[in-house]
Write a protein that binds this ligand. Structure first.
Ligand code: SF4
Length: 372
């Protein structure tokens, strides 16, 4: 496959006689960014739609977790370390309250942006008299290094506020909803590198939806797209691995072992979407001494814990689920831009709204009509 260029794969796609208008979902912010960067939507025949799905971990990190991180920094006076793109994610509070980690830092909170778990360990070692909380939000590709960090052993003063999420249960939820809103799936390459491509076999085997694991190069991405479209044309259905140079059968066993050793699978809240069964991770009881959810009081009241929290007018939940396109949100490009983000999808580099804006989509289209 690697000898065929993206342009050649595109020619193969154009030669297919598709039976109807088709929607193909991706569930990876990296895929969405590649699609926008190479201008793939415009290059495809008009009867193929590419739908961004639940591929942004920052966008679905529950509001109560962000709020808890803010309060730990401001009230408990911990040093709060977090991945950089979490800092501007807004929570839904009154106007006179701190609404993001960035604002908490401006208000005196000790908040350190990091790029890898090793930096959290370094901050803890350099501040041995302080309490450090690592706010760890992300999908499997982020959760695995956090698990490895814990498995190797961390300083006593370091704890983890874990908001790790598993990707495939969100897709399973969409498929089981009766209105998935897509005809085929391009599965995430990096997640499959860690967890194994087999996790996505259920899409084809249980739901009869063609699926292919894709990488981030134009070649791999368009190859995966061609694979699922060809499956539809040929009335076949299986999971194709179009990223074999990186994604191996079984995935990364030592990363999976670290996750199993330190974490257990739990039902978990997705921002604006609600609780998805078996879609998250919690630290195992053996790691209670490093579990910030056990070490600190919860600052979330009952109202804050309700599902569906988004700022008024923000349609991030429907964007994340692929129900509407980013520019169908009434706030897109009006009140909500990267400089003035209202929802998390406009904050993160992996958020569909941010990616679409960065790729030059600046004009909102007609207010939302559901994709499904
Ligand atoms: S445009 Fe802004 S408010 Fe609308 S869905 Fe995107 S992030 Fe949310």
């Amino acid at each position: 496959m690697s000898t065929i260029t993206a342009r050649q794969w595109l020619d193969h796609i154009r030669a297919l006689e598709l039976p109807r208008r088709l929607k193909v979902m991706n569930v990876c912010g990296g895929h969405e960014r590649s699609i926008a960067t190479i201008g793939l939507r415009k290059a495809l025949p008009a009867n193929i739609e590419l739908v961004p799905g639940p591929g942004c971990p920052v966008c679905i990190c529950p509001e109560e977790s962000v709020y808890q991180a803010i309060q730990l920094a401001l009230v408990e006076k911990v040093i709060l370390v977090a991945f950089g793109d979490m800092l501007r994610v807004p929570v839904n509070v009154r106007k006179n309250e701190v609404r993001s980690l960035e604002q908490a830092r401006a208000a005196g909170g000790d908040i350190v942006p990091i790029a890898s778990p090793l930096e959290a360990v370094r901050v803890a070692r350099e501040n041995s008299s302080r309490r450090i909380v690592f706010f760890a939000a992300g999908f499997e590709t982020t959760t695995a290094p956090v698990a490895a960090m814990l498995a190797e052993g961390v300083p006593d003063n370091l704890s983890v506020l874990l908001a790790g999420r598993r990707t495939w249960p969100a897709v399973a939820m969409l498929l089981e909803s009766g209105q998935p809103g897509f005809d085929a799936l391009v599965a995430p390459g990096h997640v499959s590198t860690v967890m194994g491509p087999e996790e996505w076999e259920f899409v084809a085997e249980k739901h009869g939806i063609p699926a292919a694991v894709g990488g981030f190069t134009g070649e791999s991405l368009v190859a995966a797209l061609y694979s699922v479209l060809r499956q539809i044309v040929e009335e076949r259905c299986f999971l194709d691995n179009c990223y074999p140079e990186v994604v191996r059968p079984g995935g990364n066993l030592s990363a999976q072992h670290c996750i199993e050793q330190t974490m257990e699978v739990v039902d978990a809240n997705w921002r604006g979407i609600g609780v998805i069964p078996a879609s998250g991770y919690a630290l195992r009881p053996e790691f209670a001494a490093h579990d910030a959810t056990r070490l600190y009081p919860s600052f979330n009241d009952v109202m804050r814990k309700r599902a569906g929290q988004m700022p008024p007018g923000c349609d991030c939940a429907r964007v994340v689920l692929g129900r509407i396109y980013p520019d169908q949100c009434v706030l897109y490009g009006r009140a909500c831009t990267p400089r003035t983000p209202i929802g998390p999808c406009m904050v993160s580099d992996e958020g569909a709204c941010r990616i679409w804006w960065s790729s030059g989509v600046r004009t909102p289209r007609e207010p939302a009509r559901a994709n499904a």
